[in-house]
Design a protein around this ligand. Structure first.
Ligand code: ZN
Length: 660
């Protein structure tokens, strides 16, 4: 645990208490061993004059929705201290009333809700208060003799309190326990199974207390020989059968959640080490590292042994039982699917509605796995009892946090593969898919594809679609990263130069057939087993107006595209029984692609005696067709608007007499 305080950095806002608060909050937030994804909170007490010239004592405390790593001054709503202290003296206070009272005592009604720990921050009689869920301290606490161990480690200068529910109940509990103490005797409070509070009148000292306390716990773990050594390396999952099992697990979880969801396989050294443990059924069934994590990860993972899909169903029925057993009146069961799973001997899986959610679960998971394995070496992992975890999981304020993050885009959680994705229609399709909530494997023969899309929702894969082994390895990356395949957009193509039939170069013809026709059959064939496990699976072929309305000199292109269209029609017949829809688009005159440079456009326009604008809009509707228009229609075909359509051919050409 490194002390990141730098006098030179802090000096620039030494007189500005709020900026100093921002500075050390960010120092805490930068260390994932202290806080993760919105966890932890900090505050500073400032006395200032209000509009009426009266002096007011205020608590600037972390606002909900802000993350310590990136927090700024507006992330600290100011709440009147006297109201918070009065609240601590109440006998009972519901969560909703607590939020309402805190809001009524804010000096800026537009600021975010204060942290649920605001009352506790107010009660601690020091200017700066820091709170984290430090891994090392919570790990020690989550062992059979955790409390005793912590008392021996920290001695007299630490208050150690048992776990109670965060929020008003915790504030009230600490209030009662600290009524008669001399606060100057202490450097901090450890809340068992939860985290650490430190405090001081100086930002630097409160922060340093936090670092020292955590460093001490880390050193102890190390001394006890509980630091982790790597396990045996497990081979990456590669067999098609394993990948199909993965896709069927993801399908089952999506069905239980009633929403397409992603699933990521983790086979990093820590996940592998964990998956190799002999006592998984005990250590994986205890509970999370700190109760705060439960809203992201649920209490425990599914254990995928021996039949992975049946294990998901078993988890679901056990979760429903857990809810029935612990529920209070008026509570509704959350979706009962697991948020993560351990696949014995293989690795771990995370489930989520978006790649961002997968990332959050993965981060929390890394810390949880490490903590569990360390605690096992310190006498055994024991998390909080089920009832306490349930209370937090079904806490109305925690539920509210999750609802804020809910997204409802049409293709949310869908997994797509787009070929020819580096430019033109393919690239536009990738952009439209991610805008609608899908994740995408964007494949192209151009190596630039690997970095073309700077988002965690896309994996760019260099792939020659005429090479079957390339297609399989792209699918392997897609399935291990996102869990399956719902949408195939078969778009890769080439536009050969014009030649009449008797003058056709054989190599040119063969190349067009290979790319514009055969590769589409190869890609579809490799994708079918995964599409069968997809959620409302759909295939869209990007063909051409040349199919219904061919032109002179374009036989190598038009014949291949006509073959592709016939392939799509047969696929629609063959795959309907599996619920897979197959439709074809016939775009025309899409000029915002790489082949249509200004120079080429001008030449073609001149050839017809037209201006560029007239040339671009040579259709019945006199409209210009862009890659993004084709992409929007492609997404519609993949989504609910065309859920009951298969085998269709749809022009997107602005209207053409020969086609009509
Ligand atoms: Zn906390």
């Amino acid at each position: 645990m490194e002390n990141r305080w730098r006098d030179a950095d802090a000096a620039s806002f030494a007189d500005d208490l709020l900026q100093l608060r921002v500075y050390t909050s960010r120092l805490l937030g930068q260390d994932p061993d202290l806080v993760l994804h919105g966890g932890g909170n900090t505050s500073v007490k400032i006395t200032q004059e209000n509009f009426f010239g009266e002096t007011e004592s205020l608590l600037y405390v972390k606002g909900s929705g802000w993350d310590l790593a990136t927090i700024e001054a507006p992330g600290f709503p100011a709440v009147k201290m006297d109201t918070l202290l009065k609240m601590a003296r109440l006998e009972h206070l519901s969560d909703t009333d607590m939020v309402r009272l805190q809001r009524s005592a804010m000096i800026d009604p537009g600021a975010p809700n204060p942290s649920v720990e605001a009352i506790l921050h107010a009660l601690i009689p020091f200017r700066f208060v820091d709170h984290t869920h430090a891994d090392a301290v919570v790990t020690l606490s989550n062992t059979p003799h955790g409390e005793q161990l912590l008392r021996e480690l920290y001695g007299e200068r630490m208050l150690i309190f048992p776990y109670v529910m965060p929020g008003f109940i915790l504030a009230k509990d600490v209030h009662q326990r600290t009524r008669d103490i001399d606060w100057s005797q202490y450097d901090g409070i450890i809340l068992l199974h939860h985290g650490v509070f430190t405090f001081a009148d100086e930002a630097k000292i409160s922060y340093a207390h936090m670092i020292d306390i955590v460093a001490k716990a880390e050193a102890f773990i190390e001394e006890q020989g509980a630091a982790l050594s790597p396990g045996e390396t497990i081979e990456a999952l590669s067999g098609e059968q394993d990948l199909l099992t993965l896709a069927s697990i993801r399908h089952r979880v999506s069905c239980i959640r009633s929403q397409a969801s992603l699933c990521r396989l983790a086979q990093d050294p820590l996940s592998q080490l964990f998956a190799q443990q002999k006592n998984l059924s005990r250590i994986a069934s205890q509970g999370p590292l700190t109760p705060d994590h439960v809203i992201r990860t649920k209490r425990i993972p599914a254990l995928l042994d021996p039949d992975p899909v049946a294990a998901i169903d078993k988890f679901t029925s056990e979760y429903e039982y857990y809810f029935e057993k612990n529920k209070s009146e008026g509570q509704t069961c959350l979706n009962p699917a697991p948020c993560w799973a351990v696949w014995p001997g293989i690795g771990t899986l995370k489930f989520g509605g978006s790649s961002k959610e997968l990332g959050i679960i993965d981060d929390i998971n890394q810390h949880t796995l490490k903590s569990i394995l360390q605690a096992e070496k310190l006498g055994g992992w024991c998390a909080l009892p089920e009832k306490d975890i349930f209370e937090l999981e079904y806490w109305e304020l925690e539920q509210a946090k999750l609802k804020k993050g809910a997204q409802g885009a049409d293709l949310q959680g869908k997994i797509a593969l787009v070929t020819g994705a580096a430019s033109g229609i393919g690239k536009a399709c990738v952009e439209a898919l991610i805008a609608q909530g899908a994740v995408v494997a964007a494949v192209d023969i151009d190596p630039a594809i690997e970095t073309r899309f700077a988002t965690e929702s896309v994996i760019g894969i260099r792939c020659d679609v005429t090479d079957t082994s390339d297609i399989h390895s792209a699918l392997r990356r897609l399935v291990t990263n996102f869990g399956g395949l719902d949408i195939l957009i078969s778009n890769a193509g080439t536009f050969p130069s014009s030649a009449r039939i008797e003058e056709m170069d054989e190599a040119l013809w063969d190349k067009s057939m290979a790319i514009n026709l055969t590769s589409h059959q190869r890609v579809l064939s490799a994708c079918i087993p995964f599409l069968r496990q997809g959620m409302d699976p759909a295939v869209i072929f990007i063909a051409s107006k040349n199919v219904p309305a061919p032109g002179v000199g374009a036989s190598s292109y038009s014949v291949a595209k006509a073959g592709m269209t016939q392939l799509a029609r047969i696929a629609a017949l063959e795959l309907a029984g599996d619920g897979i829809r197959v439709n074809t688009l016939h775009p025309d005159a899409v000029f915002d692609t790489a082949i249509w440079t200004d120079e080429v456009l001008e030449k073609r326009a001149r050839h017809y005696g037209l201006s560029i604008k007239e040339y671009k809009t040579r259709n019945l509707l006199k409209t210009e067709i862009c890659s993004s228009d084709v992409a929007e229609l492609t997404c519609a075909l993949a989504g609910p608007p065309f859920a009951k359509t298969t085998g269709a051919q749809i022009p997107i050409d602005g209207g053409n007499e020969r086609v009509i």
